[in-house]
Design a protein around this ligand. Structure first.
Ligand code: SF4
Ligand code: SF4
Length: 218
């Protein structure tokens, strides 16, 4: 999932300063889970903006605003409110914001209410953990399910680097060295012979932006 954090309210107020009639778009998936763009957060922000003198013409919370068909379906239900809107405030990740820009037929100003931080998992304690950097060439099979690109501060594919000290990372002494974790995992699974294998350099051509994958070609 995409992990988002709320922008400070002052930043949102500044972004809205030239607009009076506002429409809100939340997100029923990731931003609901992150407590940044679910119904509770949308209604809270709506109340705050009303108290600050803004006119809130309406709101929608598509299940996934990053999916055009779902977003369009929800926006269509509020077509009259949207017509009169001056700016759309989106409580979702950058994908949601850009999807609103691309799929709102009235083309008003689109303003983000959240910062997109990383893609991650939610653990059983409710913490969000960054686990993958979308490298386009997953090598988790070679590293026993631990991502060196994300967990190693330098993204080293054949570690550890010379700075590792007593199992800790030289960049952040509080953090375990990713390559020590990978070594221990290989040891546990009796696959330690793999540790000496050299992983080829990353092919950065696979991560040239913007990427596009077409389902029609599959
Ligand atoms: S190797 Fe790491 S960054 Fe690349 S796809 Fe796998 S988990 Fe993601
Ligand atoms: S100490 Fe380990 S985790 Fe830290 S940068 Fe070096 S190899 Fe990566």
């Amino acid at each position: 999932m995409i992990i988002t954090e709320k922008k400070p309210i002052q930043e949102i107020i500044e972004a809205l300063k030239d607009y009076q009639k506002i429409f809100l778009v939340g997100c029923g998936e990731c931003s609901t889970t992150c407590k940044t763009g679910g119904e509770k957060e949308v209604l809270e922000l709506k109340d705050t903006l009303i108290k600050l003198g803004k006119d809130i013409l309406g709101y929608v919370i598509p299940k996934a605003p990053c999916i055009a068909s779902q977003l369009k379906q929800e926006l269509a239900k509020s077509i009259n409110a949207l017509k009169d809107t001056e700016a759309v405030l989106v409580l979702a990740c950058g994908l949601g914001v850009q999807s609103v820009k691309d799929n709102n037929r009235f083309g008003q100003k689109v303003i983000p209410a959240c910062n997109s931080s990383f893609i991650g998992v939610m653990d059983s304690k409710g913490d969000f953990l960054e686990k993958c950097s979308l490298c386009g060439d997953c090598l988790l099979d070679l590293t026993e399910g631990l991502c060196p690109i994300t967990l190693c501060s330098k993204g080293i594919l054949n570690g550890p680097c010379g700075g590792m000290d007593k199992g800790k990372c030289e960049v952040d002494k509080e953090k375990d060295c990713a390559w020590v974790l990978i070594y221990r995992e290989m040891e546990k699974r009796e696959r330690i012979a793999n540790f000496g294998k050299i992983n080829p350099p990353r092919d950065f051509k696979k991560t040239i932006h913007p990427r596009k994958i077409s389902l029609e070609k599959k």
